[in-house]
Design a protein around this ligand. Sequence first.
Ligand SMILES: Nc1nc2c(ncn2[C@@H]2O[C@H](COP(=O)(O)OP(=O)(O)OP(=O)(O)O)[C@@H](O)[C@H]2O)c(=O)[nH]1
Ligand SMILES: [Mg+2]
Length: 462
Amino acid sequence: MMEYDTIAAIATPIGTAGISIVKISGPGAIEALERVFRAKNPKRDIHHISSQSMVYGHVYDPGSGELVDEVLASVLRGPNSFTGEDVVEINCHGGIQVTKAVLEILMRGGLRMADPGEFTRRAFLNGRIDLTQVEGTIDLIHARTRRAAQLGSQMLAHGIGDEIRRLGVCLKEVRTLVEADIDFCDDLEEECASPQILKRIEDELIPGVANLVMRYHDGRILREGLRVVLTGKPNVGKSSLMNKLLDQERVIVTDIPGTTRDIIEEGIVLDGMPIMLCDTAGLHNSDDPIDRIGQSKTKEALQRAELILFMMDGSQATDGIDREIFDSIRGREYVVLRNKVDLVPDSARRSILDEMAVEEYLDISALNGTGLERLKERIKTAAHIDESAEAEALLPNQRQWGLLTKGLSSLKAAIQFEKGMQCLDIVAFELGECERCFNQILGENVETDVLDDIFRRFCIGK
Ligand SMILES: Nc1nc2c(ncn2[C@@H]2O[C@H](COP(=O)(O)OP(=O)(O)OP(=O)(O)O)[C@@H](O)[C@H]2O)c(=O)[nH]1
Ligand SMILES: [Mg+2]
């Protein structure tokens, strides 16, 4: 276990609340509490109470002797604490001034203010949690939906870490076989490879890693949201639909074409599925430089879209610009929306199926809400999420996915060599590369700047 200095921070949001928690971790945590705390019951002396218990008492300023707050202090002795060090938590009354005062007198006693994520970093460095669990904690804290929070909890409860360890055991066994073959070949002065090696890489390792790689898509959508971009000519009702889906007047709507000139992004949640909705400037022929900038931004947003909602004005005949926009999104995942159907009776609606050879469209009214439920259902299906609970436990994030992809290429390269009966040393090398990727996922030998990048996403006090 590494030895560090003693740190402290406020672990709860700064504001008015029922309680606030000041957290201390490090070798001097218990002494720091002793300096400022007096138990109500003198027999409940901090040094002698058992670990993981709470003591009622008061915090005093040791300089002036002044009473600061009535508190409950908990003591968790290392190594059986979150950080693996001695940890103290002081539950104060939840007011900004009183909490700051408690923290200040601790600082005066020589403690250092914790950096963002430093408690979790110590838990990681002391081997209490692996890096996938650190990332799970971040997911949990930042989750905007219950499903994203579940992802974090599952990762925190080992989900992906356990799967990597399981695959790592298999990988080690295969490496041992390869090394035994290498030794054997040295004796015989020829290279040979057992079919057992090939079989285990092909049947166990590659499918296991490929399965995780494939799940990245689901994880990304549940963490960040499906990118849905609204497009169409000016004035067709894009911003009206945006407002309707958001259930608030977020975007300016007027009957003047060209009202929206910039990209407007907002998140919504449909049955636990996060969606990043993007309203854009209408596409049309224009010489106005501001219009042109707006339209080029629309085109950039369309490039990144995972679902395009192409809107037309159902009360008007389609024209060349509609067709041009539609042609530019063919081949992408899209839905054509025929808006303003409230203005046209069913019988009078021209068939855009015939006019534009559109395969799929929905009739909607952004004004009165017609067709909105069907649209929401359609948006959800565009996410193509594998709903099984088992699948959700194994959703890698971007960093893990990058390493898994690298590991998968090494495994594929290893069997390439094996098939061609080529150098066994290279098979061993590729398996070693894959093992390195697994280790980095779990947090072994990870470069400091990668760690800094991960821990930067934490708040102070976590
Ligand atoms: N009757 C009717 N009017 C609508 C409907 N949707 C939008 N409108 C009206 O159409 C006009 C244009 O709406 P916007 O939502 O600003 O259209 P837009 O596509 O965002 O337009 P730009 O920002 O210029 O590209 C406004 O007067 C809306 O009230 C609808 O379903 N039915
Ligand atoms: Mg608009």
